[in-house]
Design a protein around this ligand. Structure first.
Ligand SMILES: CC(C)(COP(=O)(O)OP(=O)(O)OC[C@H]1O[C@@H](n2cnc3c(N)ncnc32)[C@H](O)[C@@H]1OP(=O)(O)O)[C@@H](O)C(=O)NCCC(=O)NCCS
Length: 235
């Protein structure tokens, strides 16, 4: 999902010239730079810290700055297919390691703009990343935007669906999201298909808390009725 986002790190690449502000914000957010907390308004009742979620085949857990994870992360983000719709530049090993280190700090949702990223682990290796971006804090309209990426060599096996479904359930049950969104480049058919498999529906108009959508992007969303959150077991 589009991050399906960097404004957040899993968001599809938006041409900078079409709307420079989101791209700049994304780059800053990706680097861990947000508006100061004092200017970001209300907080959710309790901070939500990055969980460890276990699904049938995967473990979703906070990123770790280890040699093994750095090697997996470099492998993942070196794939042109991964970067095609993400605002990720090509990074050498040093920059990739710094990017991973930045991701280890994205572990708490509390205030608007907070970003939480989890490594997707299969058999001890990091094969991807799923994320939540807190877009709207108010309990009645709480909105999170999801992002996802899985190594292309492991595509088409349901890993992305399984990981995203688990995180969607967490967003609804633990974060208290009333609305879950994904923003993706309209040409990113696999990402759109994944969003739809999760129950998200393409939107024609934005609701309160929805993220901005640049030309060429599609906004998908689901309201958080309990039945709308597929369980990881059913992914
Ligand atoms: C977007 C992305 C995560 C989608 O990955 P994916 O491989 O299509 O998703 P899945 O791994 O869940 O695979 C789904 C497919 O696996 C199949 N599948 C096989 N076993 C399955 C299982 N056990 N459970 C569910 N689906 C399964 C599904 O039927 C589906 O097949 P289809 O593509 O023929 O419809 C991936 O393309 C990606 O990482 N892209 C680069 C990053 C990116 O663009 N992110 C989004 C930014 S906006």
């Amino acid at each position: 999902m589009t991050q399906l986002t960097a404004r957040h790190p899993t968001r599809p690449r938006t041409p900078v010239w079409s709307n420079p502000l989101p791209a700049v914000k994304d780059a800053l957010a990706s680097a861990g730079l947000h508006r100061p907390r004092a200017l970001r308004g209300e907080r959710i009742e309790h901070p939500v810290d990055a969980p460890v979620l276990r699904t049938e085949r995967l473990v979703l857990r906070p990123h770790r700055f280890t040699d093994a994870d750095a090697a997996d992360w470099l492998d993942l983000q070196s794939e042109p297919a991964v970067r095609e719709f993400l605002p990720w530049p090509e990074r050498d090993a040093r920059r990739s390691a710094r990017h991973l280190r930045d991701r280890t700090r994205h572990t708490r949702l509390w205030q608007a703009d907070d970003f939480l990223a989890l490594a997707v682990e299969l058999d001890g290796h990091v094969i991807g990343d799923v994320s939540l971006h807190l877009r709207s804090v108010a309990a009645s309209t709480r909105t999170v935007e999801m992002g996802w990426v899985v190594h292309p060599s492991l595509g088409g096996r349901g890993y992305a669906t399984e990981a995203a479904a688990a995180l969607l359930e967490f967003a609804v049950t633990t974060v208290g999201a009333q609305r879950v969104t994904a923003v993706t480049d309209a040409r990113n058919t696999r990402s759109v298909a994944l969003a739809k498999r999760l129950g998200l529906v393409a939107q024609t108009a934005r609701a309160a808390g929805d993220p901005a959508v640049a030309p060429g992007e599609t906004l998908l969303a689901v309201s958080a009725a309990p039945a709308a959150a597929p369980s990881a077991a059913r992914a």
